[in-house]
Ligand binder design. Structure first.
Ligand code: AMP
Length: 396
């Protein structure tokens, strides 16, 4: 089976052609500068090619992807009939979607209804869906939501303590993001631990970071909120802060709400604290060279992640398993060690040698650690492909 995975942004579109049973990716690439001029970067058969192709809309971008996939020289399939299904990443499923689903007119209407919650991403995701429907009308399409995994949270976790009308009228609550990644590592953790009834905390630590608390495979809480701004500090996002900071800064500097949120989303986080970069590799290098601001940025990040782990152990009533994933979680042994410092009271004890691992599945806790600590590389595309295949096969 071949699943085409599409992640459509406002002016870009990423794609992968994957076998959901083996996880083998036969081709992947990126369309950029849609609406401007158009450029396709395509990786297949061990080589990368870049082509300028006019892409006045997402439809031409999808058409370019299909053309290159069936190209006799650069392609990997003979005809688009060999694409059995398309899986679309959709950012916000609001309160409409608790799981992935096959796309029909009602699903499209419900994704449209969620636009106020994901004003930048949902319209782009819909453009990708509509473009695929136009050029491959008989191929089943599936929507996989970044929020869906977290929809099992209880009200104590998802309700904000603000007047109820905002929840009832405007659906303002905690949703959480990176759900496809949290779902994938949860599935792997359950497989690797050999049982489902585990109390699990997942740390997805990358440029964007979020944690989730999971019991019996179901999400109980997560650190991002109505938007991805909440939670731990990130590459450029502030994470949690006193909402009155917004009022103070807006009043003092004459900023609009949008300008202030732009500052919190794009100019804050470890970029602001380190003063040099949002990239953890640069910051680790700076700290090693004696830059105190870089050390503060790393310590602050580790401190906030550690606080979330502690609060989620309290929320779950214990902790059996801790998972690190995404760019920083998979690759930075020093950040994992920094985070796990002082967590021994919870039963978390890293083995420094086992922790010296990058980008592969491994236990990094000591043999006598009560909590099993894992590095599990995330694979959101595989999760999308598997969800898509499962739904399409079930509907046959
Ligand atoms: P992601 O958003 O999951 O792609 O993660 C991207 C982030 O991972 C980048 O900002 C890097 O700072 C970080 N990263 C990748 N490799 C390493 C590494 N070897 N050590 C520290 N951080 C890393």
């Amino acid at each position: 089976m071949n699943v085409l995975i599409i992640n459509a942004g406002s002016s870009s579109l990423k794609y992968q052609l994957m076998n959901p049973d083996t996880g083998v990716v036969s081709a992947k690439g990126l369309c950029e500068r849609i609406y401007i001029d158009g450029r396709l970067t395509h990786n297949a058969n061990g080589k990368k090619i870049v082509k300028d192709i006019p892409m006045p809309t997402h439809s031409e971008a999808i058409q370019a992807v299909l053309s290159i996939l069936v190209d006799p020289v650069e392609g990997v399939i003979k005809s688009t009939d060999e694409i059995d299904a398309v899986g679309h990443r959709v950012l916000h499923g609001g309160m409409e979607f608790f799981d992935s689903c096959i796309i029909n007119d009602e699903v499209i209407a419900a994704i449209e209804k969620c636009i106020p919650l994901g004003p930048l991403h949902n319209p782009a995701n819909l453009m990708g869906i509509r473009a695929c429907q136009a050029v491959m009308p008989s191929t089943p399409q599936v929507a996989v939501f970044d929020t869906a995994f977290h929809m099992t949270m209880p009200p104590v976790a998802y309700r904000y303590a603000i007047p109820t009308e905002y929840y009832k009228n405007d659906s303002i609550r905690r949703y959480g993001f990176h759900g496809t990644s949290h779902k994938y590592v949860t599935k792997r953790a359950i497989e690797l631990m050999g049982r489902k009834d585990i109390k699990l905390v997942n740390c997805h630590l990358g440029n964007g970071s979020s944690l989730s608390a999971v019991k019996d495979g179901k999400c109980q809480d997560t650190s991002m909120g109505l938007t991805p701004l909440a939670g731990v500090p990130m590459g450029t996002r502030s994470g949690d802060l006193d909402a009155a900071v917004v009022q103070f800064v807006m009043n003092k500097y004459g900023m609009s709400a949008d300008e202030c949120l732009n500052m919190l989303n794009k100019k804050s986080g470890v970029l602001a604290l380190s003063g040099i970069s949002s990239d953890f590799r640069d910051i680790e290098e700076g700290a090693e060279a004696g830059n105190a601001d870089c050390t503060l940025a790393l310590d602050k990040f580790a401190y906030e992640v550690r606080k979330y782990i502690g609060s989620y152990a309290a929320a779950l009533g214990g902790l059996d398993c801790l998972v690190f994933t995404a760019g920083v979680g998979e690759n930075s042994a020093s950040m994992r060690a920094r985070i796990c410092q002082n967590l021994e009271y919870l039963g978390v004890k890293l083995d420094p040698e086992k922790n010296n691992v990058r980008g592969k599945e491994a236990i990094i806790s000591a043999d006598d650690s009560k909590v099993t600590v894992w590095v599990i590389p995330t694979n959101e595309e595989l999760m999308i492909a598997q969800d898509t295949a499962e739904l399409v096969n079930a509907a046959k």
